[in-house]
Design a binder for this molecule. Sequence first.
Ligand SMILES: Cc1ncc(COP(=O)(O)O)c(C=O)c1O
Length: 401
Amino acid sequence: MSSFIAESLSRVKPSPTIAVTNKAAELKAAGKDVIGLGAGEPDFDTPDNIKQAAIAAIQSGKTKYTAVDGIPDLKKAICAKFKRENGLDYKPSQVTVGTGGKQVLYNALMATLNPGDEVLIPAPYWVSYPDMVLLAGGSPVVVEAGMETGFKLTAEALRGAITPKTKWLIFNSPSNPTGAGYTRAELKALTDVLLDFPHVWVMTDDMYEHLAFAPYEFCTPAEVEPKLYDRTLTVNGVSKAYAMTGWRIGYAAGPEMVIKAIAKIQSQSTSNPSSISQWAAVEALNGPQDYIPMSREVFQRRRDLVVSMLNQAAGIHCPTPEGAFYVYPSIAGCIGKTAPSGRKIETDEDFVTELLESEGVAVVQGAAFGLSPFFRISYATSDAALEDACSRIQRFCAALK
Ligand SMILES: Cc1ncc(COP(=O)(O)O)c(C=O)c1O
C-alpha cells in the first residue's frame, strides 16, 4: 500500500540542527552534563524597549488580523532600514513580512519554482535551503565552496554551475554555518558573472548582516551591483539582529511581481505574522540601535576565544570567520583515529556522536551542511560554557589514537 504521507515529503529530511538540539536537551534532562553548541540563536534577551512596544501593542488592542504581508508601519520601517543601512530604495509595495525569514524564503521558492527549475546553493549551506527547494518542486544544485576559498563561492564555480534552467542563486553572507563573509570585491566578482546571465535571480539571505566583525564590512548584492536590483530578493529579519528568534518576524524586498506572489501564498496559508510581533519589530527597526554594536562586540570576542582554543586541539583546523556566530572547523586530522570507547572516527557524524557521548558537547556534523569532514559550533552562549566546551574538545582530540 502506498503511504498516506505525501510523496513530496519523502524527498526531505527534518532539520538536523533541531535534532541535535533535541538530543542534547534529552541527555540534559536525563541528568548528563551537556553543553549545547547546536542552536543558532543569540543567548541575549530581547532588548527591553522592544518588549515594551509589544506590551503596549497588546494593551492598545493591536491584537487583530492585520494586512496579510505586514502592517504599513512595519513596511515603512523596513524601507527606512534598507535605505539607512544598505543604500537601497524600496517602496512599501516592494516589501513583504512573514513569520520569520524562514517563511519568507520558503514562500519565495514556492512562489517561483516550476518542476525542473534549478537553484544554486553554495555548500556549506544553511540546512533548510535544499529541502525548501525540493518541497517547492525545484532541483537544488549544490556548488562546493570549500575551505581553500574561505568557504566562498568563486566566480568560476558560479559560471560553471549556471544552466539554462537556473532560476535562483541563494546567497548567504555572513554565512550559516561557516561565518564566511564576502568582501565587496568577492561579491562583485559574483555579480559580474550574473550580469552575463539575465535569467538568473539572486535570493540573498542577509540574516547575519549585523554580525560582521571589523575590518570586515557587510555588503549585499543589489547594493554592490545596482543592475541586479530588478532580479534580487533581499531577505532579512529581526531574529538574529535583535535577539528576537521566538517572535518570528522576517521580511524581504524585491520586484513587486514576486512580492505579490509571496503574499498570495501567505493569504492561503498562515495569513499575517503575529500582530504583536510586528509592532515589536517596528520598535526594533525604528528605536535605539545600541543592542547591535553591544552584541557584535561580545560575539567577536567569543569568536576569537573559540578559534584560538580549537586551533590548539590535535587534528582540528579552525579558520577565522568574518561574521555570524558560527565556526566551521575541519577535522580532517581526526578522521581514521580511534576513540577510547573503541569507536573509529570515520566521518564527521562519528566525531560529533562520540564527542556528545564521551564529553557531553553537542555540535552539528558538517555532513548536515553539505561539506565534510567538518563540524559547526554555534558560539552564541556564555564565555564560561564556551571555554569549558573547547577544553573538553581539546581533551577529546588528545585522547584519539
Ligand atoms: C542563514 C539563515 N537564514 C534564515 C534563518 C531563519 O531565521 P528566522 O526564521 O528566525 O527569521 C536562519 C536561522 O537560523 C539562518 O541561519
